[in-house]
Design a protein around this ligand. Structure first.
Ligand code: SAM
Length: 187
């Protein structure tokens, strides 16, 4: 399931071009992630403070593509994985929307996860944030919903972690102007 919004412009051309290049490489050639992992983590560590204010990550507009996809889910998920959770905007939205669900948010950036954990302190019984790279993330129980908001897809890992009949949402807050954007055909 994929969803894109309308007009918000998002980051500038340089960040967009770099993000698109990384996204395209990782989606097509997952082995290439080892080249990008260090720089991507450093970049997101460096922008974690102030991220929410800058992107307005809890605004209806930012989350609209995610919400639009969730509206189309065939069933209420019980275990949810949010990959590249950043400061936890999508994970917290999911926890709010599905109060009976357990939500796990993972991110390779420790600084992003620190921000997310601080936001979720009072939800710790059913929302947890982990510093983890999806490229090597293992989990036995599996998930019946996997979300990625503004995050490159690691298709093989998603397949490995998805329960039978599970759903995957790949959403882009700025449509095709999103740096980590995956075109429909590639999805
Ligand atoms: C553009 S930010 C989006 C954050 C959040 N989902 C949002 O929309 O506000 C992308 C996030 O993905 C994380 N990320 C990138 N590659 C990752 C990987 N292989 N495993 C886990 N997290 C990753 C980055 O650290 C960053 O926090």
């Amino acid at each position: 399931m994929t969803a894109e919004p309308g007009a918000r412009s998002g980051p500038g051309p340089l960040i967009r071009a770099l993000g698109r290049a990384v996204n395209s490489a990782v989606a097509r050639f997952p082995w290439s992630w080892r080249l990008f992992r260090g720089p991507v983590r450093m970049f997101f560590d460096s922008v974690a403070a102030g991220w929410d204010e800058r992107v307005r990550s809890d605004s209806a507009e930012y989350l609209m593509p995610l919400q639009a996809a969730l509206d189309r889910l065939p069933a209420r998920p019980v275990r949810i994985l949010d990959i590249g959770t950043g400061t936890g905007a999508a994970a917290l939205e999911l926890a709010d929307r599905y109060p009976d669900a357990e939500v796990v948010g993972i991110d390779v950036s420790g600084e992003m996860v620190a921000q997310a954990s601080a936001r979720a302190a009072d939800l710790s019984s059913r929302v947890c944030f982990l510093v983890a790279d999806i490229a090597s993330f293992e989990e036995e129980e599996g998930f019946d919903l996997i979300t990625m908001l503004n995050m490159p897809p690691f298709f093989d890992r998603v397949v490995a972690l998805l329960r039978p009949e599970g759903c995957v949402v790949n959403a882009s807050s700025y449509g095709d102007r999103t740096p980590f954007f995956t075109p429909r055909g590639l999805l």
